[in-house]
Design a protein around this ligand. Structure first.
Ligand SMILES: [Zn+2]
Length: 73
């Protein structure tokens, strides 16, 4: 899997999503290496549009990392 940068949602069109509480949607893929990650059960999210700058998943290669944020559904 090769990342070209920019908005990558189309590449993950058929992948599963993780949706938190109010429709905050992530693709459970490491934003550093592209491996599937284990998402945290609870992420730091503080209201509309305010995703805190913190890690929210565990990658088997990178350790603490971030999933790819897709948007609000
Ligand atoms: Zn990784």
């Amino acid at each position: 899997m090769k990342f070209l940068g920019g908005y990558m949602a189309n590449e993950y069109y058929n992948m599963r999503r993780i949706v938190y509480g109010e429709g905050v949607t992530f693709v459970p893929v490491c934003d550093k290496c592209g491996r599937f990650v284990r998402a945290d059960k609870i992420i730091a999210f503080s209201g509309l549009g305010n995703l805190k700058k913190t890690t929210n998943a565990n990658c088997c290669k990178c350790g603490r990392t971030n999933m790819i944020f897709e948007g609000f559904i």
